[in-house]
Design a protein around this ligand. Structure first.
Ligand code: AMP
Ligand code: FE
Ligand code: FE
Ligand code: ZN
Length: 286
């Protein structure tokens, strides 16, 4: 049992297009046994997990995809089975990131609006709720609604590009601080899709090594952004350091081509995640 385990997905609490209940209904249809909800910088969706698990029969692993920043590079770290308390260092850092994301989105919209028809209201119309963690995907959706872009990917390839004139960074703590904060909150830290760290010249493998030295628990090896040679290299690093190896779809609903279950995690690895967590947060079984 618990064979089909997908440890990475997003809901409308961040930049996914499906609410938590719909996400788990889709997980059922994709024959998943376990799905981790890992919205960007928030635990908001966790409150809906018990009902979603009961309705779908799919077990839920409560998680977060925490934003970090290293020398202008955006680095993502999955925090699995953490304490959701807002007063932990992790909780405080994520509150800062969320606030900064909001200011930054407003600033990006101001810059874009000088050249394209776009208002802040167009963006908030694409956001599910007051608490939604705003990101470029919501600006993309507003550009699509206005007919300026074909879809999210096209918007990211042009107006929203991180090296374009409209890009504004947002605050996020260092990867090492995030890893330490996840550990302090009793959770398990997994470097999310770190392939880019080994790929680009300015995304050094040294950073992944520093994250491992800081206590990183695992690496998301199986992810659509990793080609086979990269998976092999990451697997080798994980095995050398006795780290956990996970896989996940990074499903964002209709916002990305990623399909639930397209990458999976071995049952033994899920057991090790549960053994390692000390927070009291655990897998929710149907
Ligand atoms: P942000 O954190 O606001 O800078 O936006 C980055 C987010 O945009 C990531 O979490 C991705 O899920 C999403 N994203 C990045 N590239 C694309 C793309 N080409 N198409 C759709 N979503 C994307
Ligand atoms: Fe995302
Ligand atoms: Fe990510
Ligand atoms: Zn993600």
């Amino acid at each position: 049992m618990s064979d089909r385990i997908d440890l990475h997905s997003h809901s409308t609490c961040s930049d996914g297009t499906e609410g938590v209940a719909d996400l788990f209904e889709q997980a059922r249809r994709s024959r998943l046994d376990v799905l981790a909800l890992t919205d960007h910088d928030t635990v908001d969706g966790w409150a809906e997990l018990p009902a979603a698990v009961a309705a779908s029969g799919v077990a839920a692993l409560p998680g977060i995809e925490v934003s970090a920043e290293h020398e202008s590079l955006s680095v993502h770290v999955l925090a699995l089975l953490v304490d959701p308390d807002e007063s932990t260092v992790l909780g405080e850092e994520m509150a800062l990131s969320r606030a900064s994301r909001r200011d930054r989105a407003r600033r990006m919209v101001e810059l874009i609006a000088a050249d394209h028809p776009l208002t802040w209201e167009d963006v908030t119309a694409q956001v599910a709720g007051e608490q939604t963690v705003i990101g470029r995907p919501h600006i993309a959706d507003a550009l699509v609604a206005a007919g300026t872009a074909e879809n999210r990917s096209a918007a990211f390839g042009s107006i929203l590009s991180s090296d374009g004139p409209y890009y504004v960074p947002y605050y996020a703590p260092s990867p090492v601080r995030v890893i330490e904060a996840i550990r302090a909150a009793g959770g398990v830290s997994i470097a999310a899709h770190p392939g880019s760290l080994t790929r680009g010249a300015n995304l050094p493998i040294e950073l992944l090594e520093a994250m491992i030295a800081a206590g990183l628990d695992g690496i998301e090896v199986d992810h659509r952004e990793h080609e086979a040679p990269e998976r092999a290299a990451l697997r080798e690093i994980a095995e050398r350091h006795d780290l956990l190896i996970t896989g996940g779809s990074d499903f964002h609903g209709t916002g990305k081509p990623n399909q639930l279950g397209e990458n999976l995690t071995a049952p033994r690895m899920l057991e090790r995640v549960r053994e390692r967590a000390t927070s009291g947060t655990d897998l929710l079984l149907p």
